[in-house]
Design a binder for this molecule. Structure first.
Ligand SMILES: [Zn+2]
Length: 398
């Protein structure tokens, strides 16, 4: 049967140069793996004014529940300096037990292994008692506007419903079996601009230095901590990411200064309450007279970045334990259940069904010489296969 070999699957996918927004043949290669297995494959093109059209793929096997979704992306980040690669980034060459290529671990490798696991499951047990679907986007590494979010809505509008989702992103820091992600922190960004009065540096009483207003505001956002963390999440953390004044003159007091920030927040907060806390801190600091004695409150404005990422935590025991149990059965390692790291497309999926993430070792993702151990491809395929048996077994009896 086709697609049972994750190495061949991954080779076919890597050889498609699918740098966002290009489809590059990657979805066609996946379709060629899934169609012979009996999947109904649909290609959905998402559009947005001013942005390139993006091709996405939705494939389903089976018509009944329970329904398991595997989610991921075939687009990849640019290769960077191609001359620095040991092997051409879209050639999938193997050397010393590793396959080289852009997307090897992030995350064509995860897709290759899941397709192989499904193919083997069908070969050994026949079609699952329920449904399996692939929800694969070509817009994860880009703006993620024409990707998973629209694909989910498109499928849901047609009546698709899911009981659980596994995202195949590379979640393991060092060794296969290290870590399952069961949630993600939220993320909010913004830019604060402080207004003062321009003047001569030798006559500061005639001016109002915007930098003196900026400093207490920026400090107030970074200190004290927003919280001490929760059982499942690390402490929320805000970083000022840039300070922009752009004043080339040493004898001029600037009238305007701005800074940008990003906060990664845990489930103590929602995007809305964390924004309210940020405003409260800015307002309190604006009245601080330390750096501007005798002055009125600091005049500032804030612009929030579009689309905050919402925090989420998955508590679905059947999903977590069948995956965790599969990892342990195959690798002998008990994976940590983690909420660390950046955001992922799981933030969109959580609105439709419980979602967890597990894939390859992420060490070389986005780097020159991105590569995957051939042995890991076989191991991950076995983990996914064991997970399929356990999840469908559990879901059938529960
Ligand atoms: Zn990825």
């Amino acid at each position: 049967m086709s697609a049972v070999d994750p190495i061949a699957n991954l080779r076919d996918l890597i050889r498609c140069p699918s740098v966002t927004p290009a489809e590059g043949g990657a979805l066609s290669a996946l379709e060629a793996m899934l169609s012979p297995l009996g999947f109904t494959v649909e290609r959905m093109v998402a559009t947005e004014p001013g942005m390139p059209d993006i091709e996405n793929l939705y494939a389903r096997l089976g018509t009944t529940g329970p329904h398991l979704m595997f989610a991921g992306h075939t687009d990849v980040v640019p290769v960077g300096d191609e001359a620095s690669w040991s092997h051409p980034p879209f050639s999938a060459e193997i050397e010393d037990g590793e396959m080289f290529g852009r997307g090897a671990v992030d995350m064509k490798g995860g897709i290759a292994c899941f397709a192989a696991a499904v193919a083997r499951h069908i070969e050994q047990h026949g079609a699952p008692q329920g449904s399996i679907s692939f929800l694969i986007t070509g817009d994860e590494e880009g703006p993620a506007v024409n990707g998973t979010e629209k694909l989910l809505k498109w499928a849901a509008d047609k009546g698709e419903r899911w009981d659980a989702c596994l995202v195949g992103e590379p979640t393991n820091p060092d060794v296969l079996g290290d870590m399952i992600k069961i949630g993600r922190r939220g993320s909010v960004s913004g830019k604060v601009t402080v207004h003062g009065v321009q003047g001569h540096a030798a006559y500061p009483h005639l001016a109002d230095n915007a930098v003196r207003g900026l400093l207490p505001l920026a400090h107030a956002l970074m200190h004290p901590r927003f919280d001490e963390g929760t059982p499942e999440f690390p402490a929320s953390n805000l970083e000022v990411t840039t300070v922009d004044i752009g004043n080339p003159a040493t004898n001029v007091v600037p009238a305007k200064a701005s800074f940008a920030f990003n906060i990664r927040f845990n489930d103590t907060w929602t995007a809305e309450t964390v924004q309210a806390e940020i405003l409260r801190r800015l307002d309190a600091a604006a009245g601080d007279q330390t750096l501007r004695p005798g002055r009125d409150k600091v005049r500032y404005e804030i612009v929030w970045a579009e689309r905050p990422s919402h925090v989420f935590l998955t508590r679905n025991n059947a999903l977590i334990s069948s995956l965790s149990g599969a990892v342990e059965a195959v690798t002998g390692r008990v994976p940590a259940l983690s909420t660390t790291g950046g955001t992922s497309d799981a933030r969109f999926i959580k609105d439709y069904c419980p979602v967890v993430e597990f894939g390859l070792v992420g060490q070389t993702m986005h780097m020159v010489d991105e590569r995957v151990a051939i042995a890991d491809l076989e191991t991950l395929t076995q983990i996914y296969g064991t997970f399929l048996s356990r999840w469908f077994g559990d879901a059938a009896v529960s």
